[in-house]
Design a protein around this ligand. Structure first.
Ligand SMILES: [Zn+2]
Length: 403
């Protein structure tokens, strides 16, 4: 599947979620008594002789209800445990649909901190995710249901002859875990594996953990599972296929870590690092590293930011002038807005839309110039349309609506 098609697939999943149209509920048998339901995020279902264990819950409550009904078609046994692989909305939002009298929710202890943050930054979180997911989420409150059992490094329980080994690692979040059922050689990886370039350095979200991420993937590989059920994307069967899928993600995270450290030690600015770091061909074109959600640019920016302060090394930027004051100063020097407008038209013809954005900003901020606003709008549309990255396109899209 090419990048444009895959990006459109994410769009489609979001739209299905919005309309609750997920007619295609597909229960995939991973192994005897292990099932997988594909959605915007995936749900794992393990049926034991003593009850059911769920790994994540999906986001749509209506879709979750249909998953619950499917479970009830298969068994009358109670849902005993729900494991949050992490506290992101798409994995925990629909949990209430599955909760029964005996159900206990298990999660890493940092999920509590995350839910505190969401609860107290409800409007802010709502606005961020509105941008990232095209305003199509059905979530109105980020006050999610807390876990009953929390753990630090590992948590283990047995049910119906199966051992559930829950192992913490940092990666896309600091509250992440994966689930290993050794008797069946199955791993539910959460978002340690998402079937595309790891979502690290997201422009709207807090720092992520490239080093701990690949270290955790190495732990998963060492367990030699025969089934891998990921947080997003399709399950993978067979030890060799799983290794072939995970190894490039380990390599790309190691590469980013090593390269950003090299750039920092060589005194390169972020701008210089972005120009300096290019992916080796075998990682650039790998089917499991399509840059449709996470991407190299985000990963470099995020990892660089993780290890540095906000000062970029140019003393001009230590205590910057007010943006409006600076724009007015430039406008005063240019005097005639037509000079900039004319130049913007040339830049448009040259498809240098980013430079159009920089120049039109001067006129919009200093002069509230309508022609510049129109040009900026067109430049943003061009930036959106030429990107195959879901997050980039959605940020441009949202900004166009608000211009
Ligand atoms: Zn996810």
């Amino acid at each position: 599947m090419n990048k444009v098609n895959t990006a459109k697939m994410i769009d489609r999943q979001i739209t299905q979620m919005e309309n609750n149209k997920s007619d295609e509920l597909e229960l995939v048998s991973l192994k005897e008594n292990h099932y997988f339901v594909s959605g915007f995020s995936n749900v794992g279902i393990v049926i034991t002789d003593e009850g059911v264990v769920l790994i994540d819950t999906n986001t749509s409550k209506q879709f979750a209800q249909r998953i619950y009904d499917k479970i009830r078609d298969m068994t009358d046994l109670p849902i005993r445990y729900i494991i949050y692989t992490h506290g992101h909305w798409d994995h925990v939002h629909a949990v209430e649909v599955f909760i029964e009298k005996e159900t206990q929710i298990i999660a890493h202890k940092n999920v509590i901190d995350r839910f505190y943050k969401y609860q107290h930054l409800n409007e802010y979180t709502y606005s961020l995710n509105n941008t990232q997911f095209q305003g199509k989420l059905e979530i109105t409150s980020y006050d999610f249901i807390r876990p009953d059992i929390v753990f630090s490094d590992n948590y283990q329980f047995s049910l119906g002859g199966k051992t559930f080994h829950i192992i913490h690692g940092k990666g896309e979040t600091d509250d992440h875990c994966f689930v290993h059922i050794p008797e069946d050689e199955v791993v539910y990886s959460g978002d340690f594996f998402v079937s595309s370039f790891p979502n690290i350095g997201n422009p709207l979200k807090v720092n992520r953990f490239e080093k701990e991420w690949y270290e955790t993937l190495e732990k998963i590989l060492a367990l030699r599972p025969v089934v891998l059920s990921p947080g997003h994307g399709r399950p993978i069967f067979g030890e060799d296929n799983i290794a072939e899928a995970i190894q490039p993600v380990i390599e790309v995270l190691q590469f980013i870590h090593k390269e950003v450290f090299r750039c920092l030690n060589e005194g390169l600015s972020l701008e210089e690092a972005l120009e300096d770091i290019t992916l080796p061909d075998h990682l650039d074109n790998h089917p499991y590293l399509q840059q449709i959600y996470g991407c190299l640019e985000f990963a470099i920016k995020g990892t660089y930011r993780r290890y540095t302060g906000w000062y970029d090394g140019n003393p001009t930027n230590l205590r910057t002038a007010n943006t409006e004051d600076f724009a007015k100063e430039m406008f005063y020097l240019i005097k005639d807005p037509e000079i900039l407008i004319k130049r913007c038209h040339t830049l448009m013809d040259e498809e240098n839309y980013q430079m159009v954005l920089h120049l039109t900003d001067i006129l919009i901020i200093a002069d509230d110039n309508n022609q510049a606003k129109e040009l900026k709008q067109i430049a943003l549309q061009k930036c959106r349309d030429k990107s195959t990255n879901f997050i980039i396109r959605n940020i441009y899209h949202e900004s166009i609506q608000h211009l």
